[in-house]
Design a protein around this ligand. Structure first.
Ligand SMILES: *Cc1c(COP(=O)(O)O)cnc(C)c1O
Length: 396
């Protein structure tokens, strides 16, 4: 793997130089006011990125998976029921984690390549007359298949049934890259990680927690210590932390949000859409298709590319790594070998994206796949050259 090449895995993502520098901090005493000066802008920034107008932002030294565990252990008790759809490796893993915590998961099985099934969710909520379901778990962007789900639609389904369950959203591979609206969607816990849309090294779980989820902590009996939001919030009140914070990452997070906001969050989302669309044009140029079943499910942060019959996506990923020093994502679980994944989130430019598509094409030619060199790259080039935002040119 060459460290000069960008990575095209769906996280961790490429780290801009200025973020690396912002993480590089001398040691400070986290019990001194110097820490609050680093910490407060990061918290306020996450609140703006998530679009929260009430509730709390929690930063835990962990990863997205720890964020899931924090979400459930702070709000639920053993034997509680949650509702979750399974349509990929990440939605599966969250279900598995709940089960290991002895939570009763009502699982709606949906085909991989599709998103959260709104009608089935509404039906399950309607059938739950006694309101046993404490939370609905939704994976906003299923990173294994490159499928986004309609979180606003889940909220509408919940409201239509008058069901009081909380809504927990895994936004690890969508937040800061695709539009997210904690307030409008009535989200109770949103989970993100530092190493995807926020372009930081791994090491922070980033959560938004609603007042309703905070109130649920009073009766939630799952054991928690490291992840306890109450300890965290009590320490925040004093401008501090219940244990040693990851100060460098928190400083980097504040800077990452500065970068996102100086570009403009809407422009960041538009850029991700444009990157993704170029990738999809390339895939069509290769005569292939995304694994996501319908265009309205296409993720703007990762695309799982369905490979031709008789080809193995993992071969391409291995060859790209060993021969060209470039990283793509393998297919996971049910789609192992059937797809390879192109991550297109975080800090990426047209030129970077084209380099990834060109290497993927070289690998296809090397492997004898039925693809003509240049076919995908040309389609992406045509799309990118015709869609450069006027602002980007003017700014030079
Ligand atoms: C990456 C990812 C996770 C896991 O996050 P870690 O930071 O690796 O623990 C969870 N959910 C989704 C959708 C992801 O993309």
């Amino acid at each position: 793997m060459s460290t000069q090449n960008p990575v095209f895995i769906p996280g961790p993502t490429n780290i801009p130089d200025s973020i690396r520098k912002a993480c590089d901090m001398p040691t400070i005493d986290h019990r001194s006011p110097a820490f609050a000066r680093v910490f407060k802008p990061a918290i306020a920034g996450v609140r703006r990125v998530l679009k929260m107008d009430a509730g709390e932002v929690i930063l835990i030294p962990s990863t997205g998976t720890g964020g899931w565990e924090a979400a459930i252990s702070n709000t639920l008790s053993p034997g509680d029921t949650v509702l979750a759809a399974r349509f990929g490796m990440f939605s599966h893993r969250w279900i598995d984690m709940c089960q290991r915590h002895r939570i009763d998961v009502e699982v709606i099985e949906a085909p991989w390549g599709e998103g959260a099934p709104l009608a089935a969710i509404e039906k399950a909520l309607r059938a739950d007359k006694n309101h046993q379901i404490k939370a609905v778990l939704a994976t906003h962007n299923e990173t294994a298949t490159g499928v986004k789900s309609d979180i606003a639609g889940i909220r509408r389904a919940m409201d239509a049934t008058g069901h009081p369950a909380m809504l927990f959203v895994d936004g690890v591979s969508s937040i800061a890259s695709m539009p997210f609206d904690f307030t409008a969607w009535g989200v109770d816990v949103a989970v993100a990680g530092s190493q995807k849309g926020f372009m930081l090294p791994a090491g922070l779980a980033i959560l938004g927690v609603s007042p309703k989820a905070i109130a649920a902590m009073d009766t939630a009996r799952l054991p928690r210590t490291f992840f306890d939001f109450k300890d965290m919030l009590a320490a925040y009140g004093r401008g501090g932390y219940p244990y040693t914070p990851a100060v460098g990452l928190i400083a980097g997070l504040a800077h990452a949000i500065d970068l996102l906001e100086s570009e403009g969050l809407d422009n960041v989302y538009a850029r991700h859409h444009r990157m993704a669309e170029g990738v999809r044009r390339a895939i069509a140029g290769w005569g292939m298709a995304p694994y996501a079943k319908f265009p309205d499910l296409y993720s703007d942060t990762v695309t799982a590319v369905k490979v031709p019959e008789g080809c193995n996506g993992t071969d391409l990923v291995q060859l790209a790594a060993t021969k060209y020093g470039m990283a793509f994502g393998v297919g996971l679980g049910e789609v192992a070998g059937k797809v390879f994944r192109i991550g297109h989130l975080g800090m990426l430019t047209d030129a970077m994206m084209l380099s990834g598509l060109a290497v993927a094409e070289m690998c296809m030619a090397d492997l004898g796949w039925p693809v003509k060199l240049g076919s995908g790259v040309a389609a992406a080039q045509d799309y990118y050259r015709g869609t450069v935002p006027a602002l980007a040119i003017a700014a030079e």
